[in-house]
Design a protein around this ligand. Structure first.
Ligand SMILES: CC(C)(COP(=O)(O)OP(=O)(O)OC[C@H]1O[C@@H](n2cnc3c(N)ncnc32)[C@H](O)[C@@H]1OP(=O)(O)O)[C@@H](O)C(=O)NCCC(=O)NCCS
Length: 157
């Protein structure tokens, strides 16, 4: 099975499916409606490539996504940009797709000239990123007590 990783800008037809799973996974128990997620994703369609969402596509269907955006730690201005909303559809998990999406977003950030990117992860998912070379830079951040992790993409010249 060959997954293709494309930008949402290249294949915007996947936006509703991605909005739906991001909303269900992270926002369904809040006041944030799915329309807010769709609006956020629409800001990822610009030609600058930032912010961006990358989509894993299999047989024309979106099966996973990950975003690169400004921040998920407003009070830590040094920690930018951020990998966010990594998601693989349940029936497609455990086959390396999550890993592929993380690598793809790292490459995208590198292409944009970033040397370091960040993410927030619960203890349960931090291991996935550690195996991919990410390091925890701050423990127990915020209300949800998350780990802030960083990945150095390349050394600043
Ligand atoms: C996390 C998620 C994206 C992983 O996707 P996936 O396609 O199954 O990931 P991979 O197959 O590339 O797995 C990569 C590694 O992470 C591990 N892993 C996968 N899901 C994990 C999870 N939820 N918690 C901890 N480790 C996990 C795998 O065992 C694998 O380890 P290995 O290489 O030693 O075998 C997927 O489970 C998901 O969408 N979960 C719901 C949303 C979520 O939690 N996102 C992450 C927010 S920080």
């Amino acid at each position: 099975m060959t997954h293709l990783v494309v930008t949402l800008r290249e294949q915007p037809q996947h936006l509703p499916a991605i909005a739906e799973w991001i909303h269900r996974q992270w926002w369904s128990e809040t006041d944030t409606p799915i329309e807010s997620i769709s609006r956020w994703l629409k800001t990822h369609l610009g030609e600058s490539g930032f912010p961006a969402t990358l989509v894993a596509v299999l047989d024309g269907e979106a099966v996973g996504s990950v975003s690169l955006h400004e921040t998920e730690a407003e009070d830590r201005p040094a920690y930018r940009p951020y990998l966010g909303a990594l998601f693989v559809k349940p029936g497609h998990r455990g086959r390396g797709l999550g890993q592929t999406l993380v690598r793809a977003v790292e490459a995208h950030a590198g292409d944009l000239g970033h040397t370091t990117i960040y993410l927030n992860a619960a203890d349960a998912t931090a291991g996935l990123y550690e195996r991919l070379g990410w390091q925890v830079v701050e423990h127990a951040y915020g209300r949800k007590q998350l780990n802030i992790m960083q990945r150095i993409i390349r050394t600043a010249e």
